[in-house]
Every structure is written in C-alpha cells, then in structure tokens.
Design a protein around this ligand. Structure first.
Ligand code: FAD
Ligand code: SF4
Length: 511
C-alpha cells in the first residue's frame, strides 16, 4: 500500500508498449499499474484459444518487465478467486484497495470499451483521464481533419498524405521510384515449387505454459487448437519475428502478395499483425526497418513499398474509417443479407478446396492472409448473402490479430460492401476464375473451375452471377460495375436459368 493516495494506471491487453501514453509520466513511487485478465473480454465473442493464450502470456511478460523497471503492478489473473471478471468491477476493487485518487488510461481501440470507460468517472467518483491513443501514426482528430478536407474516402489519397506527413519513401519530396504505388507488380501468380521460409517460432516458457493450461481449462469450448503454441510473447521476440521477415520474406513479399498455395498458409507475409495490434511492435519501427532494407538493397522497391502501404496506408486508414463511422457502421447492411453462417466456416468440412484450406489453417494457426480473408472467405459470404453481423462475429472470433477497429471495416467495408461503399469503389466480388488465377487450389478441388453451371461447376462461378443479377438495383449505376452488367445482358436465357437454378439449389443446402 502506498503512503499517499495513488494514481491507478490501467494497461489493457492491446497496449503492451512502454511508450504508451498511460506510462509516459508514470511515477513508480506513487502509481499503481493495473493489469487484469477479465473473463468479460475473453467471452464477449469466444476468441480463438491461441489469441487468448498469446495475449495473457504477453500481458504477464509485460507486467514482469514493468516490475523489473521498479513499478508496482497490480496484476489479476483470470483464475484469481478475487477476480470479479469485468473492467468496472476490477477497477472498483482496485480503487478501494489502493485508495486511488485518479485513474489514467489510454483510449481503447474499440468503441464499445470507450463508451464503457466514459461512464467511469461518474461511477467511481474519482477523475478518470482518458488519454489520446498514441499507438497509431494518424490520430483520430488528424484523420477527421483529413477526411473533412475530401469529397470521398480513398485509401490511395490517404496513403500519399501519410507518406508526405511522415517523410517515408520520399526523395526530394517525390515518391522513390517515380510513383506512389507498385501494386501492379505485386500480383504474380503462385509458383507451387516455391519453398517459403518457416516462420520464426519460440518454445513456450513457464509463464506461457501456465497460460496455455488456464486457457485449456476455461476456454475449452472456444474455436481453434492450442497445440504447438510457438508465438512470440514479449517485445524482444516480436522484434526477432520482424527481423526474420525483413531478412527472409520481404524480398519476395511484393511478387507473391496475393498468391495462395495449397498447404502454404503463410507465403511471404510478415505474420506481425498480432504483435503490432497489441503493442509489442510499433508501426514506425516496422516501416523504418522495411525502408532500411530498401536502402541496403536487401529488398526490391515493389516489396518494400507494397509492405509499407499495408501498414502506413491500409492499417491507419481502416482505423480512421472505424472511428469516423462508429457506432452506426456496425449496423450497415447494404444488400440486406440475412443468411446464417454455414457450419463449414467452423469445421472446414466442405468440398470447396479454397474454403477448406482457409478455414482449416485459421483453426490451426488463427491466421489467414489478406487474400484468403478477402477473396475466399469474405467473397463467399458476400456472394451467398450471409448476414454481416454473423460474418463480423466470425472474423472477430477466429483470428489472433482480430480487434473490432480493424476487423469491422475490413469485413463490412471491404469484404461485404455492407456499408454501400464508404471507402471501397465496388464490391470485391469474384468468380472462381480469380481464385484459380491466384492459387493452385482449383487443381485438386472436387469442383471444376472451368465449368460455369451444373453439379460439377465451381460454386463461385454461378454464385457470382447470381449475386450480380439479384443486386442489380443497388449496383448497376456504379460506374465500375458497368462491365459485369454488360456481360450479364449478353447471356442467354438458358444460361441465366441455369445460374438461378444452381444458385438456389446451392443456397438451399447451405445452412
Ligand atoms: C475480411 C478481412 C478481415 C480482416 N481482419 C483483420 C483483423 O481482424 N486484424 C488485422 O490486423 N487485420 C485484419 N485484416 C487485414 C489483413 O488481412 C491482416 O492484417 C493480415 O492478413 C495480417 O497478416 P500479416 O501480418 O502476415 O500481414 P501482411 O500481409 O504481411 O501485411 C503487413 C501488415 O499490414 C497491415 N495490414 C495489411 N492489410 C491491412 C488491412 N486491410 N487492414 C489493416 N491492416 C492491414 C497489418 O498490420 C499487417 O500485419 C482483415 C482483412 C480482411 C479482408
Ligand atoms: S474450383 Fe471453385 S471452389 Fe474449388 S478451389 Fe477453385 S474456386 Fe474454390
């Protein structure tokens, strides 16, 4: 117990960085750092077992290093008999225990938590200071200013603005290489003979093993498996993951960014989103590491620019879109999609090879790369009209990097176009031809990607045209959709009937 009334500084599970605003002027002599594993956060959606084990282990390691720095850390484990299970109850308990005069916390990543935090001052009767979230390169007020200066929200324009703001990949104020984006060079077809480097892995220590047991006991009915846990759980390890990516994968990242190969879940992707999203890594250090690789001629420009665009562009943009549009964004359902999520999103038991691959690796690793999420899992949900709420719940549940601020705009905005085009210019709907071009899945699939209708045809083929046809009133005025509607109008009545018939039969069996 401190001699005088103290300040409680709350650190959330996705704020595990010593540069976080909460800790900036923290005083080990007078402050208590509060960290708590609350069941409410574990079960509001039943997160992947790996995600829970990863976050609890990372939190415990972070608390340990704060103690080594001289801080008083009040840490409540999930199975502590005194743990009351929610932030509100745990803070209430800590205020009594430490006679706190003030609570300091950095603004959370999710709207539902901010709403909750904003009730605390009244509830607890002590000042609650909610600091600006400084884990991002573009603050929410800054994004709002940028958005207000524009007629539309487009990632490309935002990305250029961010490159200039942070002086990244610039030469005399101009983009290195003469253009802002090298995306056109980053769509190479998969080469199944490629051997991709093994991801960096770590043997669980005692803290992690304890947490794994805890998750086994308390979260046995959650999605995913815990076998072979090998994730980084502290900053020094996350930095090793980053270094391995820069050395081994970044050079080929660009070329094969959109490619998918059977039984190659990671390709040349960085596998850093879970570390970045919980604070073990920061965006600027990742961007600088990639820039350095370019300057040292260790990686080509198309890879470096493509990678930096994901972090400086897409990630910051998506977060801005989230805060700009919440809370109503969550309710949007442009197409009125209302189907239930098919059970194979959980089991992976489907004859569609692309879906089975994406779901099974998601269960095993809590990971799928961007194109699997967007053009396989998301595309299928879009074409079949699965309710956005169900799709969002699934994406939030199954990935180790999932937090609503990043998951929701990616799902409702990018994959489902449920927001009617807040930032995407058209739905990312595609037939089997796209998946066939970017993967080798179709070669061993039960269905035939070259067949457009009939019982052997790839379901993505007829479902694509069924989607285009049934949503005509909502899409045909979109300038970027003119081409599919011209093609649709040239189809024979027999072909259209076959598309209808196959789609209805397929959809009727979906639940
Ligand atoms: C439907 C859907 C749902 C998604 N849900 C999430 C999610 O819950 N959490 C999450 O972090 N990302 C999400 N993404 C974005 C992206 O798929 C993941 O960030 C990426 O697959 C993580 O793997 P990686 O670290 O190997 O990324 P890489 O491919 O190596 O990319 C590097 C980094 O760029 C960032 N990034 C890339 N694309 C995006 C994007 N569209 N939005 C935000 N950041 C991006 C990530 O931080 C990522 O780690 C989603 C994308 C889609 C289409
Ligand atoms: S044929 Fe169709 S269902 Fe099968 S893997 Fe290819 S795109 Fe997927």
């Amino acid at each position: 117990m401190k001699d005088t009334r103290c300040t409680i500084r709350l650190i959330l599970g996705d704020q595990l960085n010593k540069s976080i605003a909460t800790l900036k002027d923290a005083d080990p002599a007078s402050d208590i750092i509060l960290m708590t594993e609350v069941i409410e956060e574990v079960t509001y959606v039943k997160h992947h077992k790996l995600k829970i084990a990863f976050l609890f282990s990372a939190m415990r390691h972070f608390a340990k290093s704060l103690i080594e720095d001289g801080f008083d850390v009040a840490y409540t484990k999930l199975d502590d008999p005194l743990n009351k299970g929610s932030f509100i109850d745990e803070i209430q308990r800590a205020i009594g225990l430490y006679d706190a005069e003030k609570i300091v916390v950095t603004s959370p990543g999710e709207y539902r938590l901010l709403e909750n935090f904003e009730t605390w001052e009244k509830l607890f009767g002590v000042p609650v200071i909610i600091l600006e979230d400084d884990r991002f390169l573009c603050s929410t007020p800054n994004f709002l200013n940028w958005a207000n200066s524009r007629n539309n929200l487009r990632m490309d324009a935002f990305y250029q603005y961010m490159r200039k703001e942070h002086n990244i990949l610039l030469e005399a104020g101009k983009p290195i290489g003469g253009k802002w984006s090298f995306d056109a060079e980053n769509r190479e077809k998969p080469d199944p003979s490629l051997s991709t480097p093994n991801p960096k892995s770590f043997v669980p220590d005692e803290i992690t093993n304890d947490v794994i047991e805890l998750v086994r006991r308390h979260c046995h009915d959650h999605f995913g498996c815990l076998n072979n846990f090998n994730l980084a759980v502290e900053r020094s390890q996350a930095l090793e993951v980053l270094k391995a990516f820069i050395d081994e994968r970044l050079p080929s990242f660009g070329r094969f960014q959109d490619a998918m190969i059977e039984n190659e879940p990671f390709m040349y992707h960085s596998l850093i989103s879970l570390y970045l999203n919980c604070g073990l890594l920061t965006p600027l250090e990742i961007i600088r590491a990639a820039e350095d690789a370019l300057h040292e001629c260790a990686a080509p420009l198309n890879s470096v620019e493509g990678f930096i665009r994901q972090i400086l562009g897409w990630r910051e943009f998506i977060r801005g879109v989230y805060w700009l549009n919440m809370p109503q964004y969550k309710e949007l359902n442009y197409f009125g999609a209302n189907k239930a999520l098919p059970s194979f999103y959980w089991t992976g038991e489907t004859k569609m090879k692309c879906m089975a691959q994406a779901v099974k690796q998601t269960r095993k690793y809590g990971y799928a790369h961007h194109i699997q999420r967007l053009m396989v899992l998301g595309n299928f949900a879009l074409l079949t009209g699965i309710a956005p709420q169900a799709v969002n719940d699934w994406f939030l549940t199954v990935y180790t990097d999932a937090y609503e601020w990043v998951e929701l705009p990616n799902v409702s905005g990018m994959a489902l176009f449920a927001d009617g085009g807040v930032f995407a210019t058209k739905p990312y709907a595609a037939s089997g031809a796209y998946i066939n071009r970017m993967s080798n899945y179709c070669k061993t699939c039960h269905y035939k990607v070259a067949e457009k209708t009939g019982s052997d045809a790839c379901p993505f083929n007829y479902l694509y045209w069924h989607f285009i046809k049934r949503n005509r009133p909502l899409l045909e005025e979109n300038i970027r959709m003119k081409m599919p509607y011209r093609t649709l109008d040239k189809m024979s009545a027999e072909k259209l009937d076959a598309i209808d018939l196959d789609s209805k039969l397929f959809l009727s069996k979906l639940t």
